[in-house]
Write a protein that binds this ligand. Structure first.
Ligand SMILES: O=C(CO)[C@@H](O)[C@H](O)COP(=O)(O)O
Ligand SMILES: [Fe+2]
Length: 234
């Protein structure tokens, strides 16, 4: 299966939560493709962020303002099953979770798919790709963490590149449309090598929101174009 269209996915963890709707509207208007929505529970990861109520509000705001972009919910939550339906009812288009956070991975994937959303697994730097072995036919996305989950603004862990290459091979061999996403420390400076390793969905929080002043849509425009130029060189 050929690599899918490249998607830039700003992580709203680095947005200004006091003006989340505006930041999302600006960053999508500036050329981003998907909203990466990080959910942390102060249990699976040592940080606490936002839940389904915020997802629902954001989705309503986006619909009212004509902002068309999928919401990609990255669940860093354990246990995961209880909260999955709430996010899909709140408008999530993609739901990804960490296999260590589910007692029954196949069941969690089925819950997501049965409710009509796209499903994916997330791999921490230490997590083996062997979790993919019996579920390749059930997933729509693989998310490779290039930092340990829990915080924005961390440095990219280069070993993630080897994992991306291995996943690209698995996806190509499967013949299925599976997105390959990277998350953590992605910036203009390193996005080219990430693309060369086979990635097609690029999460960036501090690399986009941190670089631009919140509310200055032109700066989002600049950094997203620079990222696309680098990806094109891969
Ligand atoms: O899931 C996470 C962190 O756990 C990410 O989505 C980060 O929010 C990405 O932020 P940057 O590393 O790009 O600043
Ligand atoms: Fe994330």
């Amino acid at each position: 299966m050929a690599k899918q269209e490249n998607w830039i996915a700003p992580s709203i963890l680095s947005a200004d939560f006091a003006q989340l709707g505006k930041d999302v509207k600006d960053v999508i208007a500036a050329g981003a493709d998907v909203v990466h929505f990080d959910v942390m529970d102060n249990h699976y990861v040592p940080n606490l962020t936002i839940g389904p109520l915020v997802c629902e509000s954001l989705k309503k705001f986006m619909d009212n303002e004509g902002v068309k972009a999928p919401i990609d919910v990255h669940l860093m939550v354990k246990p995961v099953d209880r909260i999955i339906p709430d996010f899909i009812n709140a408008g999530a288009d993609y739901v990804t979770f960490h296999p260590e956070a589910s007692e029954h991975i196949d069941r969690s994937l089925a819950m997501i798919k049965d409710m009509g959303a796209k499903a994916g697994l997330v791999f921490n730097p230490h997590t083996s790709l062997s979790y993919l072995e019996h579920v390749m036919d059930k997933i729509d996305m693989i998310l490779i963490m290039s930092v340990n989950p829990g915080f924005g603004g961390q440095s990219f862990i280069p070993q993630a590149l080897e994992k991306l290459k291995a996943c690209r091979q698995l996806i190509d061999a499967s013949g299925r449309d599976i997105r390959l996403e990277i998350d953590g420390g992605v910036k203009v400076e390193n996005i080219r090598e990430v693309a060369a390793a086979g990635c097609d969905t690029f999460v960036s929080g501090s690399g986009i929101f941190g670089k631009a002043n919140a509310g200055d849509a032109n700066r989002y425009d600049t950094v997203i174009q620079q990222m696309r130029d680098e990806i094109a060189k891969a």
